[in-house]
Design a binder for this molecule. Structure first.
Ligand code: ZN
Length: 237
């Protein structure tokens, strides 16, 4: 019988190992039991996405929970553990470049918590400055973010201003001017919003050797998406 065979094998093994190793094994078994007991009480956080594709998938699944009104429920112990981990450092699995519009909050719409995503925001979700690009590079090169999502949204005032050839003046003009070339030929606002996202991705690839190389090496996936303010749904482009 398997049990008897197992017992016999173990006896042979026990006879062969030195006393020290036996003690270590006993301790290890005891520690293992304690660990299992702790695991039973606290299942711990879900594993971090292992690949760029998984990172994008986790974002999209989080958005589905947000849309469905079924966000992750975290108990006190879970939140305490997340805060404790955040104090020690950050390891966000994805970076999001999105608009400053107050109607979308990346952590909310992707149902993520502190420490999960590295967010860079600017009106029109543009990456026109070295500082914005530098932030995105930091997210990948230092924090090892596995996905970079450029997220536009419906009813974007910045893209609309560029589409209308508006001249708001002040420093706001720089935002409009940065968006205009990428949306040339757009048929309507939604088309312009999608074109802007694609143009921003082109800009990232053109102006950031670091991110372009990381993408080519399969270390990060750069994706475009649009958030619909009316339905709360994120759609990949
Ligand atoms: Zn916007």
């Amino acid at each position: 019988m398997p049990f008897e065979n197992g017992t016999t094998s173990r006896r042979h093994l026990l006879a062969a190992v030195p006393l020290l190793a036996l003690t270590a094994a006993a301790c290890s078994t005891s520690q293992e039991a304690t660990k299992q007991e702790e695991t039973k009480k606290d299942p711990g956080p879900p594993p971090r996405p292992a690949t760029p594709d998984e990172a994008v998938q986790v974002l999209m699944e989080g958005n589905k929970r947000f849309v469905d009104g079924t966000p992750q429920v975290r108990d006190t112990a879970d939140i305490k553990r997340i805060w404790t981990a955040a104090k020690a450092g950050q390891e966000p699995f994805a970076s999001i470049l999105t608009c400053a519009d107050s109607r979308l909050g990346p952590e909310l719409i992707f149902d993520q918590f502190v420490g999960d995503i590295f967010v860079v925001r600017e009106a029109g979700n543009i990456a026109d400055s070295p500082t914005n690009l530098g932030s995105l590079e930091f997210g990948q090169a230092v924090l090892k973010s596995k996905a970079l999502m450029v997220l536009g949204h419906s009813d974007c005032g910045a893209v609309n201003a560029a589409l209308d050839n508006a001249t708001p003046g002040a420093n706001i003009q720089a935002i409009v001017d940065a968006i205009k070339p990428g949306i040339a030929g757009a048929t309507d606002l939604n088309d312009a919003i999608a074109r802007n996202v694609r143009a921003v991705i082109d800009t990232i690839r053109a102006k950031s050797v670091l991110l372009r190389d990381a993408e080519a090496a399969g270390e990060v996936k750069i994706v475009g998406a649009v958030y619909d303010i009316k339905t709360a749904t994120v759609t990949l482009l």
